[in-house]
Design a protein around this ligand. Sequence first.
Ligand code: SF4
Ligand code: F3S
Length: 298
Amino acid sequence: MEHSVDSCPLLNVRLNTVNSFVNQVNKGLSDGKINKKNLIWLELNGCSGNIISLLNGGNPGFGYLITDMVNLYYNNSLMAAEGEQAIDQLLSIINTNYILAVEGAVSAGENGAFHNIGRWRGNLLTDPQVIKLFAEKASHVIAVGACAVHGGFSAARPNPTGCAGVESFIDRKVINLPGCPCHPDWFTGTLAYILLYGEPPLDSRNRPMMFYSATVHDRCTRRAFFDQGVFATSLGEKTCMFKLGCRGPVTPADCPYRKWNQYVNWPVEDDSPCIGCAQFGFPDAMEPFITYENTQGE
Ligand code: SF4
Ligand code: F3S
């Protein structure tokens, strides 16, 4: 039987961290002690899975985030404006105090011809151009999800579009929130922390320690099986999936107690090994789930 983490006070405190930050932001805004900031959310080369993940957040919900915590000025999927009007809206905040969030990889192949955010005055605004322009003046830059952090699926072999993570294109610190997708709490908690205190404590790869300081394995509900050497031999067995390739021992993320889809479940609890979606190098480096052994020419 799996252990439950729901009754552990330490883990409950961690789970409530985001809520506590958001409540402090709420109070700070109403007391006039902190200012609402502008937020730009750029969608570069990716699947839009991170904004969808954020829309599914419940702690707080997305509506609260964009109306009470920040002014969301630009997001390709959600805004009403389109075409040049949308780009005008984006450009209008460049001299304001804003935070830049980026999802998707920066596509630089063929001078940025594979992906752009639109046209302005007849010219394409390519990913490398737009990231340089807006990262330079942002108070903080947050890379949201695997593609923005290190290229992710967008940069998977053979990477014809020349995709890479945001960090490769700009000469300043990027707060990295890897995951495929990014958990809504990882983004909302980071944003709330920035509004309250500025940059959160980061690890050596610029991931916020509050979410990425322990591995999945450290807190896994099947850890007791690992420690006793009881391993599953096929999917569906309720024991440790280490011998099925679980990447939990080398993947820093708090999935076991944060859980997904508004805290309902997470991969291991649903009999899937962790495939390392929050690890640098995902997906190409995630054997046995990805292998290029039988491919030719690459
Ligand atoms: Fe859990 Fe995977 Fe670690 Fe086993 S190897 S305890 S399933 S994280
Ligand atoms: Fe991803 Fe592993 Fe968590 S696959 S969702 S980092 S358990």
